[in-house]
Ligand binder design. Structure first.
Ligand SMILES: NC(=O)c1ccc[n+]([C@@H]2O[C@H](COP(=O)([O-])OP(=O)(O)OC[C@H]3O[C@@H](n4cnc5c(N)ncnc54)[C@H](OP(=O)(O)O)[C@@H]3O)[C@@H](O)[C@H]2O)c1
Length: 341
């Protein structure tokens, strides 16, 4: 084995505000030995997600927070290097909760990982983004909760990111008008020129609310909410009677302890259906969603981009790109070169 040390980021302190490298201990452990029914997995790609910030905190959340001293929780893709389980064989690509480390143990129970099919028609990294958890978040949040109909207007915030970029493209596939809200001209060009959104609103421009009004002349039927705060409030103010708002995320509040405030009166006046969700709520339908997404990606109906950062050691600083808007598409850390394994 080329590397007999397992580097791990263990949570040392709960971040206050932005995540700092000093919130983690980088420890070096001997490689874990897989027991009966277990496999040793070399982590190849690590998914960086806004929810990492939530897991680091002890706020009320949908999973237990990461304990101090525990390996930082994170999704990823790896290659099985050694197996004592019939579920995994050496060389298999697997995805699941790898953690922020070089190696992890997969088992057949609580630490089970999904074995990816051989000969995927999409790059491995797409299995973390457009065809993975973020794509599934877009797919189920928009279709099951947003229920978009042809001709309706769908607005999505953080539109050039992993989830938002897929939401707008599915809206187009379903015959809707897709309007994305994103920070800066490069992201706005990306979603209109490369992804086919009908309009992009740069919320960093002072006149962005007027531009949102111009881009949504018939009001808004579905607001796929990723950001919260001022952006959510401005979009809600333009939502139609009996419109729908899948509440996917509120990233503008993750680095602060302050409660998020907004004018919620449109929910009453326009009878908006607001539904918070976590992608795992749709776990039973994941296979169906992943197959549809992979088909759309393979057919070129969904385009995807990744921002890939090199090296496990970069994870604690790279995760801040999500909060600084420095990623386009899915943010990934390349932990090891899959070709070298
Ligand atoms: N419910 C679920 O199961 C689930 C699953 C996955 C993700 N999510 C949520 O979906 C949202 C997007 O996640 P993602 O993984 O796709 O990340 P992402 O969109 O790829 O990256 C985050 C983006 O959010 C924008 N952003 C950050 N801070 C902001 C602020 N204060 N105001 C406005 N925009 C801000 C930035 O884009 P700009 O440059 O455009 O500002 C940044 O690039 C997050 O809220 C996340 O928590 C929910």
């Amino acid at each position: 084995m080329k590397n007999d040390v397992n580097r791990q980021f263990r949570l040392k302190s709960r971040p206050s505000g932005r995540i700092k490298t000093s919130d983690f201990d980088l420890v070096r452990e001997p490689l874990p030995e897989p027991g009966p029914g277990e496999a040793l997995v070399r982590v190849v790609y690590l998914s960086l997600d806004p929810t990492n910030r939530i897991w680091m905190s002890d706020m009320d959340q949908y999973m237990p927070p990461v304990e101090l001293g525990e390996v930082m929780r994170g999704g990823g893709i790896g290659v099985v290097v050694k197996s004592n389980s019939p579920r995994y064989k050496a060389g298999d690509h697997v995805s699941g909760l790898t953690g922020w480390q070089d190696y992890c143990i997969a088992d057949e129970g609580a630490r089970a990982m999904s074995v990816l099919p051989q000969g995927l028609p999409v790059p491995l990294t797409a299995m973390l983004g457009a065809c993975g958890m973020t794509g599934l978040t877009a797919y189920f949040g928009l279709l099951e909760l947003g229920k978009p109909k042809p001709g309706e207007t769908v607005v999505v915030s953080a539109a050039a990111g992993a989830v938002g970029s897929v939401v707008g493209q599915i809206a187009k596939i379903k015959g809707c008008r897709a309007v994305g809200i994103a920070g800066g001209p490069e992201k706005c060009r990306f979603i209109t020129e490369e992804l086919g959104f009908d309009a992009a609103i740069d919320y960093k421009r002072p006149d962005w609310k007027e531009r949102l009004a111009e881009a949504t002349p018939n009001g808004i039927d579905v607001n796929f909410e990723n950001v919260g705060g001022e952006i959510m409030e401005a979009v809600m103010a333009r939502m139609n009677l009996f419109s729908r708002m899948p509440l996917c995320g509120m990233i503008s509040g993750y680095n602060t302890d302050q409660p998020m405030r907004a004018d919620y009166s449109p929910i009453l006046m326009r009878r908006i259906t607001v539904r918070g969700f976590i992608v795992v709520d749709f776990m039973e339908k994941f296979a169906e969603g992943a197959m549809q997404l992979a088909q759309w990606v393979a057919e070129g109906k969904i385009r995807h981009r990744e921002t890939i950062v090199d090296g496990l050691e970069a994870a604690p600083t790279a995760v801040n790109k999500l909060f600084d808007g420095e990623n386009i598409g899915k943010l990934i850390v390349k932990v090891a070169d899959p070709a070298s394994l």
